[in-house]
Structures are given as C-alpha cells and as structure tokens.
Design a protein around this ligand. Structure first.
Ligand code: GLN
Length: 485
C-alpha cells in the first residue's frame, strides 16, 4: 500500500483493499524504521494519527467520507497545529505549542486526511538545502550525502522515501518546487492568494504561498482542491471559486502553446539537466503542444530583487519574536534591552539573523528608496514580462533548478551560491504566478525537475499538462533505491 500514489490509496480505501488504520500504521512503522536517518520529521504524532485513522475507517464504513478520508499526510512545521509543537525549525519556537490550526491544516483535516506529524525545514523557511534547521539537516533519500533542497526539504524527503502519502509545503522563492525537483517528487506553488496563509508562520508575506507535495499531478489536484479557497481570516485570500482540478486533468494538449524562455536555458544550466528538460519538452510536443521561444528579459534581476524584498518583509515579520510574548526567552536578563538582545541572539540561527540585518538595512531611512523601492519596481517589470509572454503562450516551461541535488556543506558557507539555486523559481513568486515541478529525468542517479509556470489562477492547466506528461512517462514513479517497498 505504501507504493501506491495518494490517488490509488483513495480508491483502495473505498474498495476496502486496506483500512485507514492499516495504512497509517504502515507509514508509522516506516517512519520508525527509516525516518531517523533522513531526519525528515521534527514531530511525529502517532497516537493522534491512529485515532484519526480509526475515525476515518468509521466514516468510510458509514459511507459519508470526504475526498481524502484516511490519507496519511505530513505538514511542514511552519503550519500552526492545535496542541502540537509548531517550531518553524527554530530554537525560537522550540517549545511553542500552537493554540489553533492553520486554515490549510484545518481544511485537509476536514477533507479527511490523517496527520502523521510535522516535517523538518530550513529555519523560518530561509534556505535551499535544509541545513539551517535547528533540528539538524535533512538528507536526500536518493543520496544521503546530498541535500534534499529547501526550505520544505523534510516534506520532500518524506514523500520521496514513502514516510507519508503526501505533504504540505510553502514556497516563498522556490521552497516547494526546488526540493520537489531535488527529491524526484511533484510540488505546486499556487497563485498568490489561492491558498490561505492564516496560521502559516510568516516569512515574506507578499510572496509566501502554501501548496501540495506529492507523487503525481493527479495527487496534487486532489490536495489543492482541499487546500484552496477563500478565507476571510487572510486579507490577501482571493474570493474566487475553486475549480475541479481532478476533472481538468485529462484535457488534450493539442494546440497548447508552451513558451520556452531563453533566460532559463542559460550558461548556468547544467547541460545534462538541460537535456532532460528538453526531452520532456519533446514529449509534450508529441502530445500536441506547440513550443514557442519567448523572452523574459528581466529574469537576471529576480534573485537580487528577491533578496531585498524577502528580507525586508522578514525583518518586519520576525520582530514579534522578542522574548516577551512567546517563544524563546534568555535566562536572567538584567533589563529589557538585555532580554530583547539575548533572546533574539540566542533564539535565531545565523541565516535568519543575516536576513533580519539585510532587511532592516534596506528599509532604513536613506536606503529605502535606493533598495526597497527599486526592488519593488523591478518586481513589477518581472511580472510585466510574464504578462507579455502570456499574450503569446498558455504555459511557460523551464528547468526547476540549474543542477541536481548538491552535496551537504557544499554551499553552506557561500550564501550567494546558495541563493542562486533558486534562480529559476523566484520570478514566479515575485510575479505571484502559479508554478509546479514534476520529475522529468535523472542525472547520475539524481532526479531532475521540469517546471511549468501558468497564468494567474490557471493551476488547472498546469496540472493538466503535468498529468498528460505523466501518462506517457514514468519518471514520477521512480523511487530512491533503498526505499522501494
Ligand atoms: N531559498 C529561498 C530563500 O532562502 C526561498 C525559500 C522559500 O521559498 N521559503 O529565501
């Protein structure tokens, strides 16, 4: 049963091929056996999961079970979970137990999903390798000497290694798509405003979006359907109906125009990764799509603009961790100033402090216009590039990352090299557009991701293209060698 995709498990649970309790117990046993070495989970909620699975079996027996009843999932530890530690992989929140559920958590529970636990991540979602976690790095199941990507690296490794059926992630500059690509799974960042941010610990509020991480496009369609929708508790949530993503999967691709941006097939792209992506584009062409060369000329400015906007917002969002209201508090402060200083110095890790310093600097009087305002203007130019391109094409295709998974430690002491691993993912966040990654090949035994970027609220189209591709290829079915069930 663990070799089944989520979509297959939904059918098997309804057919009675196995019970929700059996499925949950099987995942918990695997987490027990293999989870420790990967460090994919920060918290495992075994007893609550078993109780939820029993309730799922009762609902299945009663015949009134919602779509995801009995499906065991994991939540990135950035989502508040009522009564369960919510650490954001930071010492600052090591002992924080959330008093309520994030909307994403609440909606997936209402759809019947069973929470197995909370997954490891980069501290406050700042990173691309999962090496900034207070709880230690996550290992890539394809090669334990390599990173799984980040910041949703625990969710990605857990899905890839079969430690859950699917997982949630968040993506501010690539944190769903990049780890999905590096671990050979599927991940989707929805349009900004599509999924509620309520109860999702804020990093950069104008960029953050939650999305599904799973084994197939069909799995993501079911998950997104449960996660998406208007939420009055998030003022940036958009009141627009949620389409039936699963029903849209089978649309033919004939006549679909796919744009290939020259700037995403540049000198920084590993040639073997480029070949894998081009082979995938060939498949899409055979399915009837038409490939069109396009330009997104402001792409080279996306990483620098992001590393002004995201730290600026982070410096403001993280001001709340002051040692007074909640979270880590330094021992024996001599006065209030000392309490603030030492709580923040001891509670935050090095990368988080770097972002707070950069953000405070670019927002300071005298530098605001030169950096923050300019970055916001660049952001608009980047979005305009996409809007122009979408006059000519329906979907944009590109690599998700310039390289396959890198070695642990390789980029840890070179922040700029680390930041460049998101060079192909960041622009979609700055533009607010939906984008997904699906596995499309391997380079020296390591997975490679194909990225698809769509128009605002066109997740259904992206899932449709990905699903059609997965009907004629089997990259998404490959599993890391030692985890084959
Ligand atoms: N790697 C990027 C960063 O460190 C993006 C992280 C994310 O999407 N949360 O900011």
């Amino acid at each position: 049963m663990l070799e089944h995709t989520l979509t297959e498990q939904v059918a098997a649970l309804r057919d009675g091929a196995y019970s929700a309790r059996e499925l949950t117990d099987a995942y918990l046993a695997r987490i027990e056996a293999a989870g420790g070495a990967l460090n994919a989970y920060i918290t495992v909620t075994a007893a609550a999961a078993r109780a939820a699975a029993d309730a799922a079996d009762a609902a299945l027996a009663a015949g009134n079970a919602p779509a995801l009843t009995g499906i065991p999932i994991a939540h990135k530890d950035i989502f508040c979970t009522d009564g369960v530690r919510t650490s954001c992989a930071s010492r600052m929140l090591d002992s924080f137990v959330a008093p309520y559920d994030a909307t994403v958590v609440q909606r997936l529970a209402a759809a019947g999903a069973v929470m197995l636990g909370k997954t490891n991540m980069d501290e406050f979602a700042m990173g691309s390798s999962n090496e900034t976690s207070f709880y230690g790095p996550v290992r890539n199941p394809w090669d334990p000497a390599r990173v799984p990507g980040g910041s949703s690296g625990g969710s990605a490794a857990a899905v890839a290694a079969g430690l859950c059926s699917a997982a949630t992630g968040t993506d501010t500059g690539g944190s769903i798509r990049q780890p999905a690509a590096l671990t050979g799974i599927c991940g989707l960042k929805p349009t900004y405003g599509r999924v509620s941010r309520y109860g999702m610990i804020a990093f950069a509020s104008s960029l953050d979006q939650a999305g599904p991480m799973a084994r197939s496009a069909a799995d993501m369609a079911l998950l997104l359907h449960a996660m998406a929708g208007f939420d009055p508790r998030d003022s940036t949530s958009i009141d627009q109906p949620v389409p039936d993503y699963a029903a849209a999967l089978y649309q033919p691709l004939s006549g679909l125009r796919i744009g290939l941006p020259a700037q995403y097939f540049d000198a920084g792209l590993d040639p073997d990764v480029g070949d894998a992506v081009r082979a995938a584009l060939g498949e899409l062409e055979r399915l009837g799509a038409q490939l069109v060369d396009i330009a997104l000329p402001h792409t080279p400015l996306s990483v620098p603009a992001y590393y002004v906007v995201a730290p600026a917002e982070a410096s403001s969002n993280l001001a709340r961790y002051d040692g007074v209201r909640y979270g880590y508090r330094a021992d024996n402060p001599v006065d209030l100033e000392d309490l603030y200083k030492r709580s923040r110095s001891e509670g935050f890790g090095a990368e988080v402090k770097r972002r707070i310093l950069i953000g405070t600097y670019v927002l300071s009087a005298g530098y605001y216009d030169a950096y923050y305002l300019k970055a916001q203007r660049v952001r608009r130019l980047i979005r305009n590039d996409f809007l122009d391109a979408f006059d000519r094409v329906d979907v944009i295709a590109a690599p998700t990352t310039p390289q396959p998974a890198f070695r642990m430690g390789e980029k840890q002491h070179d922040p700029v090299a680390m930041y460049l691993s998101d060079i192909y993912t960041i622009a979609a966040n700055l533009a607010g557009l939906p984008a997904l990654s699906v596995p499309c090949g391997q380079v020296q035994g390591l997975p490679v991701g194909l990225q698809l970027i769509g128009r605002d609220f066109d997740e259904a189209r992206l899932l449709n293209v990905a699903h059609r591709y997965q009907q004629v290829t089997d990259w998404h079915t490959r599993r890391p060698p030692e985890t084959q069930a």
